[in-house]
Design a protein. Structure first.
Length: 200
């Protein structure tokens, strides 16, 4: 049976992508060739990475997402604040924070974790830190180059992007190619808010 690389995410509206593109133009000087920048069209808010799954698992995963989304109404998020993982001295990942109704977002993420356990997907071990990945430093980047990126992050002002309303959750497919990953939506589940919010 065919296996597909999949993840669950919130897709971004065009105004948010445009805001991220403007920010990345500030951060993408020619003297930082050791950073692999993301394509803004492919940036999304990941809720759970599933890895390689069997095609036959897709319907049950979609059912699980729908179960986790029960009772949740659409909610608002906003991007704002630059950061890096793990720290400014040795950055590996450049990201933008996600603010707004993070409590509802976290409830959704915990719900997805919970309902997918019976399908063989383990809980996330790391605390959920909602963010949008802008770029990753290449392995060959020297300590000095990593430090310079940290300084660039501290010196770059970003007051935040437009507010976005989260109305649906998507099951996404990631197809790896020599030029990078290509993302496509397998299915989406609407947030309708017609049942009490589950407390997990």
């Amino acid at each position: 049976m065919e296996r597909i690389r999949a993840f669950i995410a919130i897709e971004l509206p065009d105004p948010v992508k445009q805001s991220l593109a403007s920010l990345m133009d500030k951060l993408r000087p020619a003297e930082h060739p050791y950073v692999k920048w993301a394509d803004t069209e492919g940036i999304h808010l990941t809720l759970k990475f599933l890895g390689n799954i069997a095609q036959g698992q897709v319907p049950r995963i979609i059912e699980g997402i729908a179960q986790a989304a029960q009772g949740l109404s659409p909610f608002e998020l906003q991007i704002g604040g630059l950061g890096v993982f793990p720290n400014l001295q040795r950055p590996r990942v450049i990201w933008v924070a996600v603010k707004g109704d993070v409590e509802r977002l976290s409830t959704l993420q915990r719900g997805i974790d919970h309902v997918l356990l019976p399908l063989g997907f383990s809980r996330e071990e790391r605390p959920f830190t909602p963010h949008l990945t802008l770029g990753r430093l290449r392995e060959r980047a020297s300590p000095g180059e990593r430090s310079s990126i940290g300084k660039l992050m501290m010196a770059t002002e970003f007051e935040g992007g437009p507010t976005m309303e989260v109305k649906e959750i998507s099951l996404m497919r990631s197809t790896l190619t020599p030029s990078g990953a290509i993302y496509s939506r397998l299915a989406s589940v609407e947030l309708k808010g017609d049942l009490p919010i589950p407390h997990l």
